[in-house]
Design a protein around this ligand. Structure first.
Ligand SMILES: CSC[C@H]1O[C@H](OP(=O)(O)O)[C@H](O)[C@@H]1O
Ligand SMILES: Nc1ncnc2[nH]cnc12
Length: 293
């Protein structure tokens, strides 16, 4: 039995109801404070930790979200698996507003966000070839389908910097030339950091709009996103409620190897590692980094 399920709530998803022993806990990390306090408790006996990505009241822009602190705080609370819920625009006619997409690939166009826990004094290169945990994504897909919503298993998420939405030329390029299926502003560097922290990561993207490429639809506005998310809130809640029962039979170690991502990733020679950096990394990489002092 792995330990705690983390749920990151995106736009429109700022709390999680129905937890037993619910408590908002404040966590500090070497990378600062996360987006907000973290709601802990249990759901059908499953230890849970819920974090609103933009903070309650939606106060952080996509670039301001403290992604490193968020993933580190979840890891420090014992989270092994993260289901990340997000709003997204769609580049595919068949991925319609209201549908859920189990994203399995990314194109990262973000450029203003620290994207690694590692750096001077301890360098690591994890694999991002398969950025999503197929085991956890499958479980999230089963839970989503059980709610009656249309689910697309697999899709490429274009992570843009924002906060402005895309131009028509960008939208057409992402869709027609780059082959992206959906677009959002937050799943990167979140997915990279989850991998570095050896957490299983599964994004659930809820389609809210057709961005601005679709000749039959107006260009996206925040009001559209909020309206579709509101109409889908019950499905999102039911999806999360369906996770504990499906997670109960999960194998450990993870068959996808997410929980061993750092095994062959650290290149800095032990004698060249910076003790302060190693201390900071203890909470997320202590499994593979012996303390130097
Ligand atoms: C409110 S529209 C744009 C906003 O919504 C998405 O947020 P999240 O991924 O956290 O659900 C998108 O990425 C933008 O941040
Ligand atoms: N069209 C869009 N582009 C970027 N992020 C989004 N979030 C929801 N819809 C979006």
């Amino acid at each position: 039995m792995r330990e705690r399920l983390g749920v990151i709530g995106g736009s429109g998803v700022y709390t999680l109801s129905g937890l037993a022993d619910a408590e908002w806990v404040t966590v500090e990390t070497p990378w600062g404070a996360p987006s907000d306090a973290i709601l802990t408790g249990t759901l059908d006996g499953q230890p849970m930790a819920f974090l609103p990505r933009h903070g309650r009241g939606h106060v952080h822009t996509p670039a301001e979200v403290p992604y490193r602190a968020n993933i580190a705080a979840l890891k420090m609370l014992g989270v092994t698996d993260i289901v990340a819920v997000s709003a997204c625009g769609s580049f595919r006619e068949e991925m319609a507003p209201g549908d859920f997409v189990l994203v399995d690939q990314f194109i990262d166009r973000t450029r203003l966000r620290p994207a690694s826990f590692f750096g001077k004094g301890c360098v690591a290169h994890v694999s991002m070839a398969h950025p999503v945990c197929a085991r956890l994504s499958g479980i999230a897909g089963d839970a989503a389908e059980a709610t009656g919503v249309t689910v697309h298993r697999g899709g490429t998420y274009l992570a843009m910097e924002g906060p402005q939405f895309s131009t028509l030329a960008e939208s057409r390029m992402y869709r027609e030339v780059w082959g992206a299926d959906v677009i959002g502003m937050t799943n990167m560097p979140e997915a990279k950091l989850a991998r570095e922290a050896e957490c299983c990561y599964a994004p659930v993207a809820m389609v809210t709009d057709y961005d601005c490429w679709h000749p039959g639809h107006d260009a996206v506005e925040v009001a559209d996103v909020i309206r579709v998310l509101g109409a889908n809130a019950d499905h999102a809640r039911a999806l999360v409620r369906g996770l504990p029962a499906r997670l109960a039979a999960r194998p450990a170690p993870c068959p996808c190897g997410c929980d061993r991502a750092l095994e062959h990733a650290i290149i800095t020679a032990p004698e060249a590692r910076d003790p302060a950096m190693i201390r900071d990394l203890a909470g997320i990489a202590g499994r593979v980094l012996a303390p130097l002092d």
